[in-house]
Design a protein around this ligand. Structure first.
Ligand code: AMP
Ligand code: MN
Ligand code: MN
Ligand code: MN
Length: 287
């Protein structure tokens, strides 16, 4: 298998096991049709879809890497760390992710209380209708409820008016520690990757702190080409990857055909200046 930077790898997306709307099987099919040459399903804080994704990828002849996207609290902000190519049966990681998911239901009930104070009632029950995994009620499910109930016209409007810091429905939450997320992934034989660094609104100093602490804990990769980045950020984070000697990753962050800006396999390729994360994970790829 050719593992150069131009490979059509899509190493970031979500299924009904977290906040996507398609099954792992439908995603495998869609990735194949979309021209993806190496795929990973990266559900939030959850490995429950990995075996299905692996089996479905094999059935359609799509090389596969295990994946997840871990919610981390860093400097009082939420940062996402993608794990790739780890052993999805590793007990420490399964237990760590279970603990990370643990507070989601209580948080969701508080989110609904906060929305009720803003005049939006029944949000907990409303959001639950969209949940595929009762362990993983997320802001995305509330966002779908707010759109379908007519409170907002689309998902971006939801996150402008609700569910984010200072807005109704926002409830601060303590997620995993950066050191734990990176450690679980690394000790299970995988590579940890900073997800969509352009999305955090960090100052250059804060971003430097994130990257250097991440590396100190054993993190090795960074997303460069993602559905969350602009074309200018593709260039900016290519430079960041080179500056810090990080492996570059690429993934659409696809959630839903109606919501996602970028479909599976449709991003531009990585720059040939970069070392792709998949070059380091050759022996972890299920062909
Ligand atoms: P949670 O893990 O419950 O905090 O939910 C986070 C999820 O909300 C992310 O993974 C995205 O799917 C979604 N999300 C967060 N911010 C936005 C945004 N500005 N636009 C669209 N989706 C968002
Ligand atoms: Mn999501
Ligand atoms: Mn994310
Ligand atoms: Mn994601």
């Amino acid at each position: 298998m050719n593992l150069d930077p131009t490979l059509n790898a899509d190493l970031h997306c979500h299924s009904v096991i977290s906040d996507g709307t398609l099954t792992p099987e439908a995603l495998a099919e869609r990735a194949k049709v979309g021209g993806v040459q190496l795929w990973a399903l990266t559900d939030h804080d959850e490995l429950g879809g990995q075996q299905r994704a692996m089996d479905a990828a094999r059935a359609v002849g799509l090389p596969y890497l295990t994946g997840t996207e871990i919610s981390v609290t860093f400097a009082n902000r939420v940062v996402h760390i993608v794990g790739l190519g780890f052993d999805h049966t590793a007990a420490e990681m399964i237990e760590g992710l279970r603990a990370t998911r643990g507070g989601r239901e209580a948080r969701a009930r508080e989110m609904a209380t906060s929305l009720a104070q803003a005049g939006i009632h029944g949000a907990f029950e409303g959001a639950l209708k969209y949940v595929g995994n009762p362990d993983l009620i997320s802001r995305t499910h509330f966002a779908r409820f707010l759109v379908d109930a007519g409170h907002c016209s689309d998902i971006p409007e939801v996150f402008r008016r609700f569910l984010t810091e200072g807005k109704p429905g926002f409830v601060p939450h303590k997620w995993a520690r950066l050191s734990d997320a990176v450690g679980w992934i690394t000790r299970a034989g995988g590579v940890a990757v900073i997800a969509h660094p352009g999305r955090y609104d960090f100052t250059p100093t804060e971003e430097y702190a994130l990257i250097t602490e991440f590396i100190a804990h054993g993190g090795r990769g960074i997303e460069v080409v993602t559905g969350s980045h602009t074309a200018a950020e593709f260039v900016q984070y290519s430079d960041t990857a080179l500056e810090f000697g990080l492996l570059a990753s690429r993934g659409s962050d696809f959630h839903c055909p109606e919501e996602s800006r970028i479909d599976l396999g449709q991003l531009p390729p990585l720059s040939t200046r970069l070392t792709p994360v998949w070059a380091e994970l050759a022996d972890r790829i299920q062909a």
